[in-house]
Design a protein around this ligand. Structure first.
Ligand SMILES: Cc1cc2nc3c(=O)[nH]c(=O)nc-3n(C[C@H](O)[C@H](O)[C@H](O)COP(=O)(O)OP(=O)(O)OC[C@H]3O[C@@H](n4cnc5c(N)ncnc54)[C@H](O)[C@@H]3O)c2cc1C
Length: 439
């Protein structure tokens, strides 16, 4: 019935009672109790939870990609510790079997009619909508960059297209500047731009090239990391390893012919500095996908999905929820944050479906395993207010081998088996257990 192509009128009387502020009728070719847009970390986990709860045919995921990538692994791929192939699985294998997969891209939203339109012109209806669309990589916003990726030494761990160029750039490095960038926009995993720098520094040491490499971290941010405890630890690392850090320095142009990168001082915009590079690792500016960013009914002034940061429910449309990187929840955008949000979303969306007001609150838990080389890691974990929220009863602000192996060997199976199947909701209970009897 759900797959019929004839137009049908769908109604959600329960919602109509609950909130008259949005229209509950939609004209759509297909309609679902729950529609999820995006089959990445958040979308896949949400669909797994709700399709097993609501049953076959009630949930659909709209997702155009053939492959699902475990993106946190790309830091290790860039350093040659994992292969790109290890980081991806066919989307057909990871999306839940009980959910319909609509292999399309959403091209417009109509939240008043409870429909979305896909690239092939279909309107898909819903009673409830979860947006999990992640972030778009805007490499094209840096002058000369798309062309520069065609030349040696320019790489980026942020895309499967360019991540293999990182190891190649390390292998082919002779001498000169190795420059690592952080853009002037919110990004996913704010630690990743510097993780690959520490890995590169150790790579150069291991391969006898360290004395020929001048390592420079140019970041648009006014700090090395947003949470003081971990920032203090990272300043110690950069000092000990002779790395130059330039704050408020934003990449605006790459000149591949002369192998130069131009940076703007964000505090004095007329001041430009040009660096010759032997290696340039670029973290691109990011935004929500254009289709979402350009839908003013759904987004805030910054173009992010406008949700209540604690309940994850949309500010204007109570039958819409958001999860992950595309939302304006003021916490660091990571898969770990998505795990923390999944449990809250499960409870709050279920309450909304029963006509109740969502009352479960997300604390902003997020985590960033700050890999500082081939065997060490500082496991940053913190909440929405920037307070450390550490799982283990040890000082996680120190570089540790155990945390490195947690990141490299344990987190991937936790993601594939636990999180994507809807079982892993973050370390909240483990943390409580680990701190039993402690203040
Ligand atoms: C190099 C790197 C290192 C990282 N390291 C870590 C780490 O160590 N720890 C950590 O926790 N996190 C890390 N992350 C971040 C983590 O991968 C993301 O935060 C997480 O994947 C966000 O999940 P999401 O569901 O919001 O978005 P995504 O997983 O990106 O999924 C978004 C999905 O939406 C789909 N989509 C987009 N537009 C449309 C459309 N118009 N129609 C339909 N579907 C659409 C996309 O195809 C995609 O599948 C890292 C990321 C990178 C790139």
């Amino acid at each position: 019935m759900l797959l019929t192509r004839s137009f049908l009128l769908c109604r959600s009387s329960q919602l109509a009672v609950q909130n008259a502020a949005f229209s509950t009728t939609c004209r759509a070719e297909k309609s679902y109790q729950l529609l999820v847009v995006g089959g990445g970390a958040g979308g896949c986990a949400t669909a797994a939870k709700f399709s097993s709860k609501l049953g076959k045919g009630k949930v659909a995921v709209i997702e155009p990609a053939d492959m699902h990538y475990y993106q946190p692994m790309w830091t290790l791929v860039g350093g040659g510790m994992k292969k790109l192939e290890d980081s991806g699985k066919p989307m057909s294998q990871v999306l839940p079997k009980k959910a319909d997969w609509i292999k399309q891209r959403v091209v417009s939203f109509n939240p008043e009619q409870n429909t979305v339109r896909t690239e092939d012109g279909q309107d898909v209806g819903y009673e409830y909508l979860v947006l999990a669309m992640g972030l778009q990589l805007n490499y094209h916003q840096i002058k000369g960059l798309p062309e520069a990726f065609e030349t040696p030494g320019v790489c980026s761990n942020y895309s499967p297209l360019y991540v293999n160029k990182t190891l190649a750039s390390l292998e082919n490095f002779h001498q000169g500047n190795a420059v690592f960038t952080f853009p002037a926009t919110p990004i996913k995993c704010a630690g990743a731009p510097q993780k690959i720098m520490y890995i590169s520094e150790e790579y150069f040491r291991k391969h006898g090239k360290r004395d020929k490499a001048n390592i420079i971290y140019n970041t648009s941010l006014p700090v090395i990391f947003g949470i003081k405890k971990y920032a203090d630890a990272l300043w110690e690392v950069v000092k000990a390893r002779d790395i130059t850090v330039n704050l408020r320095s934003n990449l605006i142009e790459v000149k591949p012919e002369s192998r130069e990168a131009v940076f703007q001082n964000l505090d004095q915009p007329d001041e430009l500095t040009t660096y010759e590079y032997e290696m340039l690792h670029v973290t691109p500016p990011m935004s929500t996908p254009d289709v979402l960013r350009e839908c003013p009914k759904l987004v805030d002034a910054g173009g992010f999905l406008d949700v209540n940061k604690h309940t994850l429910q949309h500010i204007k449309f109570p039958n819409i929820f958001g999860i992950g990187d595309c939302t304006n929840i003021p916490t660091s955008k990571t898969a770990a944050a998505v795990a923390g949000q999944v449990g809250v979303l499960r409870k709050n969306l279920s309450m909304a479906m029963q006509g109740q007001t969502p009352r479960h609150l997300y604390d902003g838990y997020t985590s960033c395993p700050l890999v500082t080389g081939y065997s060490k890691c500082i496991l940053a974990e913190f909440d929405m207010d920037g307070n450390p929220l550490e799982t283990f009863p040890i000082n996680q602000g120190k570089e540790r081998r155990t945390m490195f192996h947690l990141k490299k060997d344990m987190m991937p199976p936790m993601y594939w088996l636990g999180m994507l199947n809807g079982y892993w909701e973050g370390p909240k209970y483990l943390r409580k257990l680990m701190h039993l009897g402690m203040k």
